[in-house]
Ligand binder design. Structure first.
Ligand code: SF4
Ligand code: SF4
Length: 213
């Protein structure tokens, strides 16, 4: 198993095993935490279906090119895994673990199946990716689509950019407090993201002092 496969495999198993230990009410509480994010994802999905399905079908799906899904090219946050495991069936999880057990010798992402991505709620980086060709084909002709896209990108940050309390950090923190660790916990191990969090904390402290006078 490659390092990439191993860290993905371990994260999925870790989350899956932990969720099995939770009571129905604890599980419901965790699901409630991701409700607004799932609504956001639904809107992004609708946006793509409405604005991009034609261009993506012509460019990628018909010829199985799918440039969105290149081999080991994606960043998966730990929270992506948590959200996906929370929303997936046992069979869907088994399928992900199954593909990770086999070496990926092809040029495409290990999770790309015959009918598209095997994740139920695919990683946010994948969801928000748009190639230059698709951007130009749609946004050059339709400035309103561009505005709608920019709005969605701003909303994405409310879940994934740690200059304020965000879901993706909170989910990692929850698992850390439960005693787990994963190399995919970038909000707790990536120097860049840690710096953003430290700066936000510093700014928050300064503003508090100012308010106190
Ligand atoms: S965004 Fe670009 S690379 Fe991805 S499916 Fe659409 S056309 Fe293909
Ligand atoms: S995880 Fe899914 S959407 Fe992302 S690159 Fe792999 S197959 Fe494509």
């Amino acid at each position: 198993m490659s390092d990439y496969h191993q860290e993905q495999f371990k994260a999925i198993v870790l989350v899956r095993n932990h969720l099995k230990t939770l009571s129905p009410s604890e599980l419901a509480r965790l699901k409630a935490r991701i409700r607004s994010y799932l609504r956001f994802r639904k809107e992004v999905d609708q946006f793509f279906r409405h604005r991009f399905s034609k261009v993506c079908t012509q460019k990628c799906y018909q010829n199985h090119y799918s440039a969105c899904c290149n081999r080991e090219g994606i960043i998966t946050f730990f929270a992506d895994v948590v959200i996906n495991v929370l929303m997936s069936s046992g069979n869907e999880m088994d399928r992900l673990l199954q593909v990770l057990r086999v070496p990926n010798l092809g040029p495409k992402c290990v999770y790309l199946g015959k009918n598209g991505c095997l994740w139920r709620v695919k990683p946010i980086v994948c969801e928000m990716f748009l190639c230059e060709h698709a951007r130009r084909a749609v946004f050059d002709k339709d400035p309103r689509a561009l505005k709608a896209w920019e709005k969605l990108k701003r909303r994405e940050k409310r879940y994934t950019w740690p200059s304020r309390p965000i879901l993706f950090n909170t989910l990692e923190t929850y698992f850390i407090q439960e005693g787990y660790a994963s190399s995919l916990m970038y909000f707790h191990n990536s120097p860049g993201l840690m710096r953003v969090k430290a700066l936000a904390r510093k700014k928050g402290t300064k503003e508090k002092r100012k308010r106190k006078g």
